[in-house]
Design a protein around this ligand. Sequence first.
Ligand SMILES: [Zn+2]
Length: 146
Amino acid sequence: MRPWTAQRWPAQPQGEKAPAWLLDTKRTPGTALVPEKEPEDVSAGPRHPVLCRRCAHVVSDAALKAEVDGKVTHARLNPAGVLFVFDCFGDAPGCTVHGAPTTEAAWFAGCAWQYAHCGRCGAHLGWRFSGAHSFFGLVSERVVEE
Ligand SMILES: [Zn+2]
């Protein structure tokens, strides 16, 4: 051992206990003193945010995808003949919902619908359905999955 090695470190005062963080052998040098693991919400599973394509606001999570009438992805024509392909989500907390629920030209039996917009930029992302089932349909080309 080189003679100066010991002097490179502050001398431990005689009779004084080393602070706890010095004795923590699990701590790797240079890391902050944080819990090894964040407390996990086991019900949530891994996070796969679903973002608004226009502004990247998190509107939902892929883990919230839900089957409606036996499938997650649906394709529907609106009365104007525009085709929408959308995935169903049990919830989309990042969306704001507009309009009164209506069953006019309903796509799902027993379900009324409202417009669902991005909660940040206001882009129309899909619909909220309620009634026989409650879920969001988010248009695939208007959201991005991380
Ligand atoms: Zn947005």
